[in-house]
Ligand binder design. Structure first.
Ligand SMILES: [Zn+2]
Length: 303
């Protein structure tokens, strides 16, 4: 905490929206683990910072007219060790004529630069039978389809990953709901102490708490939502219609003027892809509200 930070006079600045990014508890949880004593301390200080902001707004006579939204960019899992991807790809790796590597991989994305279809299928085959590998994604069999072009894979579209620079294969580390070192559930097969980036529900689901004059009071809203919905919602509150190019939906059910959350129709769905030999299956669980569909988690089965 830096006392006096908000005492700086800024008379000419009167923004409609202020984004305040606080690096904790993220930094502390990545470094020390989910539920570590220092993470609890970080949460304590974070709470005090929010209190300080509200006190300032109150002193300025602005608290009653300000909506405050609090969210995080991800959830958290304890990491239990990553698949050795270099070793897994080694049989397929070689140096191309120009001296560069044939296969480039990072963060679960695998790019076979010569585009050899047989190699891509073989890599998928190996991933599917490797413990620690979770959902495997490839390009959609047909656009918008949940099935990937390679049997037993989900399509990139399920994870909103179908883009012009996408590699041919993407995989998520596998996850469990087992408790970590400090008793909080959620582990994933990744390197380092703790983090995110998988399709585990513990990584995907994050908090969204909001209070203010335009919001329902004391309501718990179970309608699915995502951080991608924040921008159109904030624009809506300023009377600005989101452009068609913008992703996300307006979270009307959270707004005071919006519908009762219980009246919003939520549809849940599961898409299961399995390999013919039964060695691997992956299921993607999604939920939808209106036109928006959200990936809730994926789960794999191996005999
Ligand atoms: Zn983080």
């Amino acid at each position: 905490m830096v006392d006096g930070l908000l005492d700086v006079a800024m008379p000419e600045v009167d923004p409609d929206v202020v984004v305040l990014w606080l690096s904790d508890p993220d930094t502390t949880a990545h470094r020390h683990g989910v539920g570590h004593q220092r993470m609890s301390e970080a949460l304590f200080y974070l709470d005090a910072e929010l209190d300080r902001i509200q006190a300032w707004l109150s002193a300025e006579g602005r608290l009653e007219s300000t909506n405050i939204w609090v969210t995080s960019d991800h959830g958290f899992s304890e990491h239990t060790g990553a698949v050795d991807l270099d070793a897994l790809l080694e049989p397929f790796q070689r140096t191309l004529d120009d001296g560069t590597l044939r296969i480039v991989a990072g963060a679960g994305a695998i790019y076979v630069r010569d585009g050899d279809e047989a190699t891509i299928r073989q890599i998928v085959d190996v991933l599917q039978v490797t413990e620690g590998v979770g959902a495997v994604f490839t390009g959609a069999a047909t656009p918008g389809d949940a099935a990937g072009a390679i049997p037993g894979t989900l399509s990139f579209d399920v994870a909103r990953w179908g883009h012009p620079r996408a590699s041919q294969v993407l995989f998520s580390a596998d996850w469990t709901d087992q408790p970590g070192a400090y008793g909080l559930p959620g582990t994933s097969a990744q390197g380092g102490v703790a983090g995110h980036g998988t399709t585990s529900p513990f990584d995907i689901h994050n908090p969204l708490v909001a209070a203010g004059p335009d919001l329902k009071s004391g309501a718990i809203v179970d309608v699915p939502s995502s951080n991608v919905d924040l921008a159109p919602t904030l624009l809506h509150l300023r009377g600005i219609e989101a452009p068609e190019t913008m992703d996300g939906r307006v979270l009307l059910e959270a707004l005071d003027a919006g519908p009762d959350p219980d009246s919003v129709v939520v549809a849940v769905d599961q898409a299961r892809m399995s390999r013919d030999d039964g060695a691997y299956a992956v299921t993607a669980a999604t939920s939808s509200a209106g036109d928006a569909t959200y990936l809730d988690y994926t789960i794999v089965e191996r005999p």
